[in-house]
Design a protein around this ligand. Structure first.
Ligand SMILES: *Cc1c(COP(=O)(O)O)cnc(C)c1O
Length: 401
């Protein structure tokens, strides 16, 4: 069969618009397309391939488990799921884990748990969920409605109710909305899709204090910021603030689909037998791979490496900006970085992405005004330098066009 990009339009639902080239192989931070053309990967499958492509330890974990046991359903438990849950609880504030298959599913579980907890403990009035504009929590109808971009949730009929949005980093606006009716506040401790926005220290602490004051659960969506991305295992650790519920996915499986919701024993209790579930969640294959990801990432070597590589990126991007004057700032944390375009290039992030692809560099955008990088946490320094050289050529093309 002749597999081309044209076939996409013939057989796929048109909700995506993928690039013209089709990758067929990856190794570390390099990817090759059907023609054998090589790319450097600064996108990391959207912050998923935390250990690059085909990391030997992950390939080993997958094949070992693949030769043993793939799937059981949740009528039975399994060793990889229990080991992974133990390691996640040992490494974090959490005492209980629920496994899902994606970020949206982990968030769906978090939101349902928060609603059930509030109902059980406080009563029906406590329903309000507050989240932030430009926030992103997934594409199920509940999570996309909690997300802060109405454009993504409009056009599908009546939405789940009881959800309000305020500006990120606007503590006064949050305070004005909160009351004893607030069930939960959901936030990304570093907004990813919304443009790589960090919370101010005051805001992060203030949100936590308001949640305590009104007995609302604080849900941290760490689907993008988690598993070493910021140079901490989870971003909450860097902020010094413990959420009540944390969701993790993307990098957790290093490319194998898995998501998880983490919480305390006291809250978890309310998701009683039969209240929620998933056929695949906690599947042995996914958990075996994720266990190995966690073993590799949660080491001083890898986590300190992220901070070191962040500096290489920042220095390289600053030099490019000194020459071409196109960014207002380079922001973000660890290996989740954003170049915010200045007025002259407003709305043109996609042009930079396309120019980068022409230079054999894969990167991402975060809205129309931010170029985003989310590479492997162990990307070799040489690949960063070569990738930045390609990025500079791409920037020159856009600027000089
Ligand atoms: C990607 C993302 C999600 C959705 O995860 P899926 O696996 O696509 O369902 C949720 N929250 C955040 C912060 C994300 O970046």
């Amino acid at each position: 069969m002749n597999v081309t990009r044209d076939l996409f339009n013939e057989v796929m639902v048109p909700n995506y618009n993928p690039a013209a080239m089709i990758p067929v192989k990856g190794l570390g931070s390099r990817v090759w397309d059907q023609e054998g053309k090589e790319y450097i990967d600064f996108a990391g499958g959207i912050a998923v391939n935390a250990l690059g492509h085909c990391h030997p330890e992950l390939v080993a974990a997958l094949t070992e488990q693949g030769n043993k046991l793939w799937h059981l359903s949740n009528v039975l438990t399994n060793e990889p799921a229990l080991r992974l849950a133990k390691k996640l609880t040992d490494a974090t504030f959490a005492e209980r884990v629920y496994f899902a298959n994606s970020g949206a599913e982990a968030n769906e579980a978090a939101l349902k748990l928060a609603r059930r907890y509030a109902l059980d403990v406080y009563g029906e009035h406590k329903q309000q969920i507050i989240a932030f504009k430009q926030g992103f929590h997934g594409r199920t109808f509940f999570t996309v409605t909690v997300g802060g971009q109405a454009a993504y949730s409009d056009g599908f009929g009546p939405k789940p109710g009881g959800i309000d949005h305020v500006d990120y980093n606007d503590l006064a606006a949050l305070e004005a909305l909160m009351s004893d009716n607030t069930c939960a506040v959901m936030m990304e401790p570093l907004q990813g899709e919304g443009g790589i926005i960090s919370p101010s220290d005051e805001f992060a602490k203030g949100v936590k204090a308001l949640c305590e004051k009104y007995h609302a659960l604080l849900i941290y969506d760490e689907v993008q910021s988690g598993v070493g991305r910021t140079g901490e295992l989870y971003a909450y650790m860097g902020l010094g603030i413990e959420p009540d519920i944390l969701t993790t996915a993307k990098a957790l499986g290093g490319g194998f689909p898995i998501g998880a919701m983490l919480t305390t024993a006291r809250i978890a209790e309310h998701l009683k037998v039969g209240t929620h579930g998933s056929t695949y969640g906690g599947n042995p294959l996914a958990c075996a791979v994720a266990e190995r990801v966690l073993d590799v990432v949660n080491t001083p070597e890898v986590l300190n490496g992220v901070k070191h590589k962040e500096q290489i990126f920042r220095q390289g991007l600053e030099i490019i900006n000194q020459k071409y004057a196109c960014f207002t700032e380079v922001r973000g944390q660890g290996l989740l970085l954003g170049c915010a375009l200045n007025e002259k290039y407003a709305g043109r992030s996609r042009d930079f992405l396309v120019a980068a692809a022409d230079e054999q560099l894969m990167c991402l955008i975060a809205g129309a005004n931010v170029i985003r990088f989310a590479p492997s946490l162990i990307i070799p320094d040489e690949d960063i330098k070569e990738g930045l050289a390609r990025f500079e050529r791409a920037v020159a093309k856009v600027v000089n066009a």
